[in-house]
Ligand binder design. Structure first.
Ligand SMILES: [Zn+2]
Length: 389
């Protein structure tokens, strides 16, 4: 579609919190958001139109910078034909897809939203099946391929009353009608293509329930749909190559992999448990008598915090013991646990440690997990505490 060029006079040049705007004595720029549609873009003299708003029946053309022309002077306005055409394709596709859901299943479209590369419609149903969506998508594409004219005309109140409109809403004065013969008649003031074939293709890409009452259908059209298809083909063939599996066998393959991974996770937990039990049996041999208690104090390298906690608890289940296991990372992490028979107050130990070091963490009288900023001397400090008890 060629760019639309028209002349107009500036009647207001001003700025509000949304930015710099121009109001013209007349305009052909379609505003953003009207009828769910995106607005036109283009230029007013050398200024770029970045957004078009409608408010109090006035059209605000937001521009990157003001044109040099003063108020009441004539300016040349250019609307991007390519963008207008893309928007028209999206919008016409919406009529066709909404018409398909209505004709097949009596499902109404309650709202429509347009983005640059895709659109959404909200359908008046909380539930819809994949098959129903595919049926509507197929019917919509048959209408596209039939390349029937998209009729645009105005009717008065009496004529409007006689028309089988898909979704009626209150209007005053003349009403603009968009008709796809023998398929769909809608009231709409937006921009549309002249023949359904111009839409190219309509592809539903996603659907989801919203607000528990609607189904939101995401769809894309024409070149955008082709790009989406190209991207999905690329993703699918990459996964297919990774897994050295044909595309049609991928679902089964991934299901099996997930099952296997779950099984392996369970196995790993079991083996880890076993390993820690053996480690504990070995470690307690290194425990020494300090004061009244058997004490194991040892650095455990290359194991995560969770394992050290588990190991510490396993040690005391093997033998009446006080264990202090620690690992050094950015700070020193210490797991302290004791058997019931070891009569020492761990909360008091924590309190004394806190007086001497910067300590975080906590626990109870049976188990402590602490982080200490500096590690110099904490071992000696704990051993001294044990001897005093
Ligand atoms: Zn429309």
């Amino acid at each position: 579609m060629e760019d639309i060029i028209f002349k107009a006079k500036i009647i207001e040049k001003n700025e509000n919190k949304k930015g710099k705007y121009i109001i013209l004595n007349h305009t052909e720029f379609y505003p953003d958001g009207k009828g769910g549609q995106l607005g036109d873009r283009g230029t007013i003299d050398s200024s770029k139109v970045v957004k078009v708003d409608i408010s109090d029946n006035k059209i605000f053309h937001f521009v990157d910078e003001f044109p040099s022309a003063k108020s009441n002077k004539e300016v040349t306005c250019i609307i991007s034909g390519e963008r207008r055409r893309n928007i028209s394709i999206h919008h016409t596709a919406q009529h066709i897809l909404s018409g398909a859901f209505f004709n097949l299943f009596d499902i109404e479209t309650v709202s429509f939203h347009m983005e640059e590369n895709y659109c959404t419609i909200d359908l008046s149903t909380p539930n819809i099946s994949q098959e129903e969506i595919e049926d509507a998508e197929e019917l919509a594409n048959k209408i596209v391929m039939a390349n029937v004219p998209v009729r645009k005309y105005f009717v008065n109140k009496e004529e409007l009353a006689k028309l089988p409109i898909r979704k009626k809403h209150a209007v005053t004065g003349k009403t603009r009608i968009i008709e796809i013969p023998d398929f769909d008649i809608s009231m709409c003031g937006g921009t549309h293509v002249n023949y359904t074939g111009e839409v190219g293709v309509i592809k539903v890409t996603k659907y989801e329930r919203v607000k528990k009452t609607f189904q939101r259908i995401h769809f894309t059209t024409g070149i955008n749909a082709l790009k989406d298809y190209q991207n999905k083909t690329k993703i699918l063939s990459t996964i297919s190559n990774f897994l050295t599996t044909g595309e049609n066998e991928l679902i089964e393959k991934i299901k099996n992999l997930l099952k296997e991974s779950k099984h392996l996770q369970k196995e790993t937990v079991k083996l880890k448990n076993e390993l820690l039990r053996y480690m504990a049996k070995d470690l307690i041999k290194e425990s020494k008598r300090i004061g009244k208690f058997d004490v194991l104090i040892k650095e455990i390298k290359d194991y995560p915090k969770e394992d050290i906690i588990a190991l510490s608890k396993k040690c005391i289940s093997e033998k009446p013991l006080l264990t202090i296991l620690y690992r050094k990372d950015n700070e020193t992490e210490i797991a302290i646990s004791k058997s019931d028979k070891v009569n020492i107050d761990l909360m008091e130990l924590k309190e004394e440690l806190s007086k001497r070091f910067k300590v975080r963490g906590g626990g109870n009288n049976k188990f402590l997990i602490l982080q200490i900023n500096e590690d110099e001397g904490f071992k000696e400090f704990i051993l001294d505490f044990i001897q005093r008890n």
